[in-house]
Ligand binder design. Structure first.
Ligand code: AGP
Length: 612
């Protein structure tokens, strides 16, 4: 999705803006642009294509301003083109705007502005914003120092949809104004500068102190200061938070790709997720979470709501909560949940899982749940992200910044956090203490077991070399292994563009087996001892029809005629996804590499899906 960067300080802005845009490239984009305030007014440079091409254009220009805004665009309204890329400027060239989000009522506002004599050069929803600001600015008869802010606030009050905005104005040539609603924007500060970005990793090398804006809060940023105002333009005091992510964690550190680095970081990220939350005696303490026994006993249902990979972690969470805590738990896709009028009330706990904490559908589902009286709990990786500010409770995964679009370490941290949460609930309910003790021991062993699981890399790479040209690849599993099959299949689609489906193995005979023909590749996951025999039979059925198979297991399968087998360390089947997903992550990675694709920035995909 679109990425925003901004700088205001004593240094030349353009290199800092380009650096920030490069770091936001992983979010996915089709064009890029910057605007700076120069002696003669606002200068805008933009083009369709990569940030590196924008950089070349910049080399030929004398752009020396120390205040600037920048943007990578992921087209929603209007095709990828230079005219449609941001920044956008008003007819009189007094306001330049970059925008992340979607303005839903832009047709209406455009008609209004056309009737008032404004003209438009792009097909974007964004171009109405600088013109609407100009409209309110020219209507305002007062000439005080808040005139620009008032015009921006009047324009924002008209906008329906989502927006994170950076605004430059010739009327305030030494300031920048920022505002957000349902789209991400953070402000990093030092004593003499402010850095603005859509996410923390892009500016982490400059500062670790961040201001976080709530919806409709305005920031007026200058070189060494930042003033904040609420929706009614009353001044508000805002403290900055210190984010203790290591800047080098957002670098590749010798790995070819962020995805590979993040796969190999999993022993560490799981250690961080566990932190001091679990003790070997089975006791569990989750900071800032104080749900009591009466409340948990009163629950009629838990919902887990998320998108994509985070939803797959939720599926593992459902099994854990139901098995360990006996609380009925449903998992839903956020984009479905928000529109299906779910039956929830004050006796429902709704858990939202989101790596970025900025996924538009998940945030909307959270707001809906709150409006129906449910308690909400966010599981996120990004401190201060939107979802964490909306939810009643937040628990962080602490997996460190995840840059690759394909989520790996965030998934395993989410799964383990769900296990820790289930243990916390069981302890609070005073049930299943033996199960909890054993599971806790297994969780604490996981980091070392992940290191062992990663040792299968050569076997996986060789298998990937054999099958990277396939048209279709199928994944099978039962129970919790089916959840992992879904995740393995999603990972493969995302970065290899190979058509792939995951099936509950027992469903094969009800249709999908018709797709199995000679030499088709089937990957089966089998870690649950109770379901082992059943899944083996299903795999035999596909072998009989000519499929070549890769089996991933942590059980002793004795004699078999599978083509390939990866044996993983054994663990409690409830947390086995954390180990069994590792060969699947490596498989997707090496297929993508073999095909010569851009692993970290797959086509059409964005890291944070901040619009519906
Ligand atoms: C994961 O590989 C995907 N890129 C995607 O499915 C992702 O998990 C989903 O968009 C949810 O993102 P979130 O966790 O940031 O909410």
């Amino acid at each position: 999705m679109c990425g925003i960067v901004g700088y205001i300080g004593n240094k030349k802005a353009s290199p800092i803006l380009i650096n920030g845009l490069t770091r936001l490239e992983y979010r996915g984009y089709d064009s890029a642009g910057i605007a700076t305030i120069e002696k003669n007014g606002i200068v805008v440079l933009k083009n369709k294509g990569r940030v590196s091409e924008l950089e070349k254009i910049l080399d030929g220009e004398s752009i020396n301003g120390t205040i600037g805004i920048a943007h990578t665009r992921w087209a929603t309204h209007g095709k990828p083109s230079t005219e449609n890329s941001h920044p956008h400027i008003d007819n009189k060239k007094n306001f330049a705007v970059v925008h992340n989000g979607i303005i839903e009522n832009y047709h209406e506002l455009k008609d209004f502005l056309l009737k008032n004599g404004y003209t438009f050069y792009s097909q974007t929803d964004t171009e109405i914003i600088p013109n609407l600001i100009d409209y309110y600015y020219s209507k305002d008869v007062l000439n005080d120092d808040k005139k620009v802010l008032r015009a921006i606030a009047s324009a924002c009050a008209e906008l329906k949809g989502s927006f994170a905005l950076e605004i430059l104005s010739t009327y305030l040539p030494d300031k920048m104004i920022v505002v957000r609603k349902d789209s991400p924007l953070v402000i990093g500060r030092t004593n003499s500068e402010n850095y603005i970005s859509s996410d923390i990793p892009a500016i982490l090398s400059y500062t670790k102190d961040f201001y976080l804006l709530n919806d409709y809060e305005y920031g007026i940023l200058s070189k060494g200061s930042a003033e904040f105002f609420d929706q009614n333009l009353k001044p508000i005091k805002k403290d900055f938070v210190n984010i203790d992510w290591n800047a080098s964690a957002a670098e590749k550190e010798g790995f070819d790709d962020f995805m590979l680095k993040e796969i190999y970081e999993q022993p560490k990220s799981i250690r961080e997720t566990i932190g001091s939350r679990l003790s070997s005696d089975g006791s569990c303490n989750i900071e800032d979470l104080n749900l009591n026994k009466e409340y948990l006993q009163s629950l009629n249902k838990i919902y887990i709501v998320a998108c994509g990979t985070a939803m797959h972690a939720g599926l593992a969470g459902k099994t854990m909560i139901e098995k360990i805590c006996n609380i009925p738990t449903e998992v839903d896709i956020a984009s479905e949940f928000r529109y299906r009028d779910p039956i929830i009330d004050e006796k429902t706990l709704v858990i939202f899982i989101s790596q970025s904490g900025e996924t538009a559908d998940t945030i909307a589902a959270l707001k809906l749940s709150k409006s129906k009286g449910a308690k909400t709990l966010a599981i996120s990786n990004v401190i201060g992200s939107s979802i964490t500010r909306e939810a009643d409770y937040t628990v962080y995964t602490h997996a460190g910044p995840e840059i690759a679009v394909a989520s790996t370490k965030a998934y395993t941290s989410q799964v383990i956090l769900m296990a820790i949460l289930a243990i916390y609930f069981a302890n609070t309910l005073q049930i299943n203490s033996d199960l909890v003790k054993n599971l806790t021991k297994d969780i604490l062993n996981l980091p070392l077991q992940i290191e062992d699981a990663l040792k299968n890399v050569d076997a996986i790479r060789n298998f990937a070399k054999r099958v990277y040209n396939e048209k279709d690849i199928f994944f099978l599993g039962r129970g919790i292994d089916y959840n992992v099959a879904l995740e393995g299949s999603l990972k493969l689609k995302e970065i290899s563009y190979i058509h792939s489906e995951a099936y509950a193995a027992g469903e094969l005979k009800h249709g999908p087996i018709a797709l199995i023909e000679n030499d088709v590749t089937v990957i089966a996951i089998m870690t649950d001892p109770i379901l082992l025999e059943k899944t083996i039979s299903n795999v035999q059925e596909v072998i009989t029809r000519g499929a070549k198979t890769l089996v991933i297991t942590n059980q002793n399968l004795g004699d078999h005629d599978f083509d390939n087998m990866i044996t993983l360390p054994n663990t409690n089947s409830l947390i086995s996804p954390v180990l069994s997903v590792i060969p699947l992550q490596l498989f997707a990675y090496y297929i993508s590499k073999q095909k010569g694709l851009d692993v970290d920035k797959p086509r059409n995909l964005a890291k944070s899906v901040t619009v519906e």
